[in-house]
Design a protein around this ligand. Structure first.
Ligand code: FAD
Ligand code: GLY
Length: 381
């Protein structure tokens, strides 16, 4: 079989790139997915678009996150119009909470650097917080309000991207595993899969936490992407009891419109095991109850875990492999792949269609990884 663009990996990154390429007019696109589309990390995520809550300093990563968030309203509007599936972009905002003096001091520092970076941030007293969110713990000491840290229902986003692919005649190969990239004269010309060889003009590698398992011919791909497990618990209340996403120093609560509350998460370097564990669940439960004692009385309606794809420096990898033409890599979005999907898709599609590297690719490309082989320390949640 032959196609124009072959995307390996049907998570939010692969599907968003397929979407962007089709909108830009690419005719033959195929997505090869080992399992079913959108059933790994992108499905497991909390859906926070947490630019300000999830970045720790000004700089290029903050700029990348801001630029991707800015693309979200149009991304969702266009996708909803095309598919009739609304991924529910919720712009209520996020509260980052402190429960003691030292956490309050850290929030103060965060507020300062973010204001200096031109971001909107409001400092709240315990009384302000309890007035806005009556079910937050009475032990709350202070907080920050980020009006521009939104959330999306990531599973509905995946459903919309899938529908778009189906109605746009994008070829979808589920239950199909890609093994090695076929390389000829320094060019990626196709891939060996469990259903045979697929040839293409250009390959996109969007294989998330499994990227390092792909081979270039007989040799392992020169990228070290690790799976970092995150467990989640879901609670159910008859109606929405929180308005905002709530984030503490050890975890978070994401309220959905239908009364579900997602509580996360763990950060575990345990290989490709995406099970839940009693310890992980206990940690999440304790953190959730610390944020809001009301959680203790709710039913646990579901639980799951997913594998975040992480590069050695914790930053996304969007670029090409030196010495290999006709292949683009878009992976390692770690904690922020839902947030970063629209911009990643734009960068990858731009590079494929215009054959010119975006400045983002110079910053977040593969070259830097040679110098940072140490796995960086990760934050608490
Ligand atoms: P995936 O969704 O994992 O997709 C990769 C796909 O490639 C998979 O479907 C896999 O089966 C397929 N694949 C792999 N190898 C092959 C192969 N050889 N052949 C064929 N197919 C293959 N991000 C946010 O922005 N906000 C959040 O609130 C958030 N919360 C998170 C909470 C948790 C618990 C976790 C685990 C992650 C969270 N993330 C969040 C991070 C986000 O989920 C990821 O960064 C993002 O989903 C990565 O997308 P992806 O498409 O690269 O990976
Ligand atoms: N961004 C939330 C998480 O990765 O758990």
């Amino acid at each position: 079989m032959r196609t124009e663009i072959l995307i390996i990996g049907g998570g939010v990154i692969g599907l968003s790139i397929a979407y962007k390429l089709r909108i830009a007019g690419t005719r033959r696109i195929a997505v090869v997915e080992r399992g079913t589309l959108g059933s790994e990390a992108s499905w497991a995520a909390g859906g926070m678009l947490g630019v300000q809550a999830e970045t720790d300093s000004p700089g290029q990563f903050l700029d990348l996150c801001k630029a991707s968030l800015a693309r979200y309203p149009e991304f969702i509007e266009t996708l909803t119009a095309a598919t009739d599936i609304d991924a529910e972009l919720d712009r209520t905002g996020t509260l980052k909470l402190a429960f003691n003096e030292s956490e309050t001091a850290k929030l103060q520092e965060r507020a300062e650097w973010q204001r200096n970076a031109g971001l909107s941030v409001e400092q709240l007293s315990a009384t302000d917080i309890r007035r806005t969110e009556p079910f937050v713990s009475p032990n709350v000491a202070s907080g920050l309000f980020f009006p521009d840290d939104w959330q999306i229902d990531n599973r509905k986003l995946l459903a919309a991207l899938r529908r778009f692919a189906e109605i746009s005649d994008i070829d979808i190969f589920e239950n199909t595993e890609a093994g090695s990239i076929i390389v000829e004269n320094g060019r990626a010309i196709g891939v060996m899969t469990s259903i045979g060889e697929i040839r293409s003009d250009h390959i996109v590698l969007a294989t998330g936490a499994w990227t390092s398992l792909i081979k270039l011919g007989d040799v392992p791909i020169p990228l070290n992407i690790r799976p970092i497990r995150g467990q989640m618990l879901e609670f159910h209340s008859a109606k929405r009891i929180f308005h905002h996403v709530l984030i503490g120093s050890e975890g978070y609560l994401v309220p959905r419109a239908d009364g579900r509350i997602l509580a996360g998460s763990t950060t575990e370097d345990v290989g490709f095991d995406n099970s839940n564990t009693p310890h992980g669940e206990a940690v999440i439960l304790n953190t959730a109850i610390q944020l809001s004692p009301s959680i203790a009385g709710l039913n646990v309606s579901s639980k799951w875990a997913g594998l975040r794809p992480m590069a050695a420096d914790g930053m996304p990898v969007i670029g090409t492999i030196p010495g290999l033409d006709d292949m683009t890599v878009a992976t390692a979005h770690y904690r922020n792949g839902i947030l970063l999907a629209p911009l990643t898709a734009e960068i990858a599609a731009g590079q494929i269609l215009n054959e010119e590297a975006s400045p983002w690719m110079t910053i977040f490309g593969t070259q830097r990884l040679r110098f940072t082989e140490q796995v960086s320390t990760t934050r608490a949640f």
